[in-house]
Design a protein around this ligand. Structure first.
Ligand code: SF4
Length: 272
């Protein structure tokens, strides 16, 4: 890494397992709201069954049992998937193998969890942060599955200081490494650890870069909202999400804790 104090601190710290840094409590909001969502799914199924029961019985017992079996299978798939995600996330034991269907479960339950969070006035940003923590713990648990060393680092455009007019989303080598923002430090880190670094100004460009480089792992720096969407977008590529800091408000002159970036790099370099 570069010689900045933040990078030196990152290098000098003991090579702790990245997983140890993800506190169990930080995963709780996402997991609890997903389990709540699963209960809501079960309740909706029961209500639907109650409402259509007379009609189904008119059609014959076969129609009723077919409906019952479909509802039970749907619940079992979601419940099974969420159980595996919960145990893997909390224990670090990779139980997602061989199906790796976390995306299906999350895609279905996450919107309900967001709705449930709104209902109980739970902060959406905290829910998304919790999702990123759970995702990171699943990525860490699946370390043995990560083959190869092609790691892409995706940075948000807002890391570039607003007074700089270098076109770094087109080509990051346009950065002069003047030290006024963290981009130059990331370029040096990329050279040192053989990482591909890209700066993106949104999900479309991020998807393009992922399609172009076909990485075996991604370190993504962004706000909780962009990370939540991006992680689901690029599934099944393993992503280690690093939340940015926004001392000047959203989307302007943001920064990032290089210790967290260092933990992500060490994880992928050990895993690969
Ligand atoms: S390090 Fe300097 S040249 Fe590079 S993006 Fe930041 S401000 Fe611009």
């Amino acid at each position: 890494m570069s010689d900045s104090p933040a990078a030196r601190a990152s290098e000098n710290q003991p090579r702790k397992d990245a997983g140890a840094k993800i506190a169990a409590w930080s995963k709780f909001p996402f997991l609890a709201l997903c389990w709540t969502s699963l209960c809501l799914v079960a309740a909706s199924e029961a209500l639907l069954l109650y409402l259509v029961y007379p009609r189904l019985y008119e059609l014959g017992p076969a129609a009723f049992y077919l409906f019952l079996a479909a509802a039970a299978a749907f619940f079992a798939i979601l419940g099974g998937g969420l159980s595996l995600i919960t145990v893997t996330s909390l224990t670090g034991i990779d139980l997602l193998y061989p199906h790796g269907k976390r995306s299906v479960t999350v895609k279905l339950l996450f919107p309900i969890a967001v709705w449930a969070a709104k209902l109980i006035r739970f902060d959406r940003a905290r829910l998304m942060t919790s999702f990123v923590k759970v995702n990171n713990s699943l990525t860490i648990a699946q370390a043995k599955r990560i083959k190869g060393n092609r790691i892409l680092v995706l940075l948000p455009h807002c890391l570039q200081i607003d007074v700089c007019n270098r076109k770094i989303t087109t080509d990051i080598s346009n950065c002069m490494r003047c030290g006024k923002c963290p981009v130059g430090e990331f370029i040096a880190t990329g050279e040192k650890y053989d990482l591909k670094i890209e700066v993106v100004n949104g999900g479309t460009l991020a998807r393009k870069r992922v399609a172009m480089w076909k990485p075996q792992g991604i370190i993504a720096v962004a706000c909780e909202r962009d990370l939540t969407l991006g992680i689901q977008d690029v599934h099944p590529v393993p992503v280690y999400g690093v939340l940015n800091d926004r001392p000047h408000g959203p989307c302007v002159n943001t920064c990032v804790d290089m210790d967290n970036v260092g933990a992500a790099i060490r994880f992928f370099k050990k895993a690969g």
